[in-house]
Write a protein that binds this ligand. Structure first.
Ligand SMILES: NC(=O)c1ccc[n+]([C@@H]2O[C@H](COP(=O)([O-])OP(=O)(O)OC[C@H]3O[C@@H](n4cnc5c(N)ncnc54)[C@H](O)[C@@H]3O)[C@@H](O)[C@H]2O)c1
Length: 331
């Protein structure tokens, strides 16, 4: 039986896990659940993890530095119950080549569902027509505000976990799908069910543009003053990825022309200032970073952690094991 340690603070233990998932983890070893609210006492943390063979981490877990790793000489793998592993990585961890998997795939399903919800709601005019009816209007704008989710082009920027699941969901509709992802070949994109496009071509042709790229130096302001103007009149722009990817001042300028609609779940910084224009424009719906999972959806993460542990303990390759050499292009 492996010694499995859940090194997760109280808040995340309560939101991500529940007794149902702890019971599944116990099938594979001796489960030790961190028993303090936070990690303010690192001496206690190091003592707690001693001898751990499988470490389960999450948002707000401490960086896995030399001191923690030295306390776990038999560490087989880390299962991260969150998306990006970057906040917990240290040079020591990377150089020891410890196996690590994350739960971005589980969160990605929720993000893709959010993007689809945004896309359909904005195309059908739910946000704007809902406001109209509150203002006592009825039929006045329906012809100009409704685009049915049929025979239109959806542009997807980034073909990772989220982008791929979004494309999979889109297969249920009669829409054309363009994908911009410089790391994927035309053949790979075709296999995913989309057509490979360059960024400018996608922006010029898509009725819906949905951003699913990672926040890395190469994507900083990837949508900016020069190319936001390529977006079609009447289109819908969705950003559930990261605020840094869109140059915010240029986006606001373009939105103030009232040419297209934007569904924005992420800003840079978060929260946006109280007087940020994105909060007030009629052609924007701004949500507080809820695309992935906030409440019950987080249990998808716990389920993925249990499945990864099962694969590990059965001697199989974990499904979402991260290749640490590929970190530069990952979220
Ligand atoms: N709003 C939320 O609640 C929420 C939750 C989870 C993830 N996210 C965000 O969603 C985004 C996608 O997450 P993911 O799990 O699919 O990440 P991922 O790392 O699996 O996929 C990112 C994809 O983008 C590609 N890419 C790299 N450079 C690119 C570039 N210059 N242009 C276009 N594509 C590029 C990568 O090759 C990869 O295929 C990330 O920004 C992530 O932070 C948001």
């Amino acid at each position: 039986m492996s010694k499995i340690t859940v090194l997760v603070n109280k808040e995340k233990r309560n939101t991500v896990f529940s007794e149902k998932y702890y019971a599944r983890l116990r099938e594979f070893g001796d489960l030790n659940i961190f028993d303090r609210d936070d990690f303010s006492d690192m001496d206690y943390v190091i003592d707690f993890v001693k001898g751990t063979e499988v470490l389960i981490t999450s948002w707000s877990s401490p960086v896995l530095d030399e001191n923690i790793l030295d306390a776990c000489p038999d560490l087989k793998a880390v299962i991260h119950a969150a998306g990006s592993i970057k906040p917990i990585l240290s040079d020591a961890f990377i150089s020891r080549k410890i196996r690590i998997t994350n739960s971005a795939v589980a969160l990605g399903e929720g993000v893709a569902e959010t993007a689809l919800g945004f896309a359909i709601s904005a195309c059908k005019g739910f946000y704007t027509l809902g406001r109209d009816t509150r203002n006592k209007l009825w039929n006045e704008n329906r012809m100009s505000r409704v685009t049915d989710f049929y025979d239109i082009t959806v542009g997807v920027i980034g073909g990772g976990y989220v982008g791929r699941h979004f494309i999979k969901l889109l297969q249920n509709f009669n829409v054309d799908i363009l994908l911009y992802d410089p790391t994927l070949s035309g053949e790979q994109v075709t296999t995913l069910g989309a057509e490979k496009a360059e960024l400018d071509e996608l922006l010029k042709n898509a009725d819906v543009v949905s951003v699913h790229a990672p926040s890395i130096p190469a994507t900083d302001n990837m949508l900016n003053r020069d190319n936001l103007k390529l977006i079609k009149d009447g289109a819908v722009l969705i950003n559930t990825a990261r605020g840094s990817i869109i140059e915010e001042s240029a986006l606001i300028e373009e939105l103030e022309k009232n040419r297209f609609f934007a569904c924005i779940d992420v800003t840079n910084p978060e929260p946006p200032a109280e007087d940020n224009r994105l909060r007030f424009l009629d052609n924007v719906v701004l949500t507080p970073h809820i695309a992935g999972a906030v409440t019950n959806g987080l249990k998808r993460v716990a389920k993925h952690v249990c499945e990864e542990l099962e694969r590990l303990e059965n001697g199989e390759k974990m499904r979402t094991e991260v290749d640490l050499d590929q970190l530069y292009k990952l979220a």
